[in-house]
Design a protein around this ligand. Structure first.
Ligand SMILES: Nc1ncnc2c1ncn2[C@@H]1O[C@H](COP(=O)(O)OP(=O)(O)O)[C@@H](O)[C@H]1O
Ligand SMILES: [Mg+2]
Length: 396
């Protein structure tokens, strides 16, 4: 399979007053691994990006309701009216974009877009287009006939279909976040055509069935990787179960085909389902336009034996050439893999109520790069702290 250079990706993400992310500003690589102890704010960072993805697909109401309400999301203790902000710098196919979003509490029930700005530049860094919305009014717009803003929708999503902002909207709306659940993946599942794997992987059979027709080569690659990575696993198929679908795995623990046995998803190892879910999330979509723009995983190592973690890191690394990948982890075993690139590691820690995220100190990165220590060993030694970011990364 030819590797596409990863031309569209998040270069930098800033978050303000979102849960414990009071003031975070982070550069993201094609693969970024957020490492840190429980409760330090790793999931909150992914969730802030997930919020933007959901908001870019529709209104603010659903993404906020899914998280409880505005009050649950904004940093605790902020006096009302309050707001939170998320800023993203993106590399695009032919230039770059800056996107800034501030959501205001309103009366606590009817939250609204307090401020939203998007600016596009071409390859030569000439500004192409720009809009800015402030409290329901369009303050600036370089496009002809700009529509009026709607308070509970991103202006970007209403601009999205019409013009050059579409690439930004599609990128943001195309981000996909996972907390895979082996039990959900092993179950009998509805057979409606699905091309996007759901958050827990519970529609994986339909996604694999669609991939079989849309891009058989990619479907084969997922199976080949699964077989290569996991001992005893010889194949996976999607089978009808009445009107529904179910995964069926072939296992071969002895010599020769005679020793092959078949098992439905619910009867195989959680690790087998987890690995299949990871590979499917990474390779889903087939042709370019249906791929996610970014895939984020909550603790991808869950249910995997330590000996499978090298394969996991290899898969994340490989896939990050075609889709941006983010993962959270507190697993020392995962970080013991030398294949986690030093420049991909983001240390997450908590200073009182505040999350701090940053790349590792230079000396730690050197030690990992020179194979003197793994990130896991540094973590055990208590040597992992985020590097304080420079002033240039405080501007979002
Ligand atoms: N609205 C909020 N304001 C401030 N802190 C919050 C808010 N919501 C959650 N938190 C903090 O975030 C913690 C959970 O962070 P999380 O991102 O899930 O951690 P991790 O994924 O690193 O284990 C909670 O224990 C709580 O301390
Ligand atoms: Mg978490």
């Amino acid at each position: 399979m030819a590797l596409d250079p990863l031309r569209r990706r998040i270069l930098r993400a800033g978050v303000r007053d979102y849960r414990s992310l009071v003031d975070c500003d982070v550069r993201l690589a094609p693969l970024s691994v957020l490492m840190g102890p429980n409760g330090c704010g790793k999931s909150s960072f992914l969730d802030a990006l997930g919020f933007v993805a959901e908001a870019a697909r529709g209104s603010l109401t659903d993404p906020l309701r899914r998280r409880g309400s505005f009050r649950e999301v904004v940093t605790r203790g902020r006096p009302f009216p309050a707001s939170f902000s998320i800023g993203l710098d993106l590399a695009l196919a032919e230039g770059r974009a800056e996107y800034r979003l501030t959501i205001g509490s309103g009366d606590g029930v009817h939250s609204f877009v307090e401020r939203e700005r998007c600016t596009l530049w071409d390859k030569a860094d000439r500004m192409l287009d720009n809009f800015e919305v402030s409290r329901g009014s369009l303050v600036e717009a370089t496009m002809p006939d700009p529509p009026e803003p709607v308070p509970d929708r991103l202006y970007l999503s209403d601009q999205g279909g019409r013009d050059r902002f579409r690439e930004v909207r599609d990128f943001l709306a195309g981000m996909a976040f996972y907390r895979l659940d082996p039990e959900a993946m092993g179950r009998v599942q509805p057979s409606e055509r699905e091309t996007r794997l759901g958050r827990d992987g519970g529609n994986i059979a339909a996604v694999l069935a669609a991939l079989e027709t849309d891009d058989p080569e990619l479907r084969r690659r997922i199976e080949e990787d699964l077989v290569a990575y996991l001992p005893g696993v010889a194949g996976v198929a999607v089978r009808p179960a009445g009107p529904d679908l179910v995964l069926e795995f072939t296992e071969r623990w002895g010599d020769g085909r005679a020793s092959e046995k078949r098992f439905y998803g619910r009867d195989v190892s959680d690790g087998t389902l987890q690995m299949l879910g990871l590979l499917t999330a990474l390779y889903q979509g087939g042709p370019n336009d249906r791929r996610p723009s970014l895939v984020g995983f909550e603790e991808p190592e869950n249910a995997l034996h330590p000996t499978a973690l090298g394969a996991l890191v290899e898969a994340l690394n490989y896939a990050s050439h075609r889709v941006q990948v983010l993962a959270t982890t507190h697993s020392v075993e995962l970080l013991d893999q030398y294949e986690v690139p030093a420049e991909s590691l983001l240390a997450v820690s908590r200073d009182g109520d505040r999350t701090q995220i940053g790349r590792l100190h230079e000396s730690c990165r050197d030690a990992i790069r020179d194979h003197r220590f793994t990130a896991g060993q540094l973590l055990r030694m208590g040597a992992v702290e985020p590097e304080p970011h420079g002033d240039d990364l405080r501007a979002l």
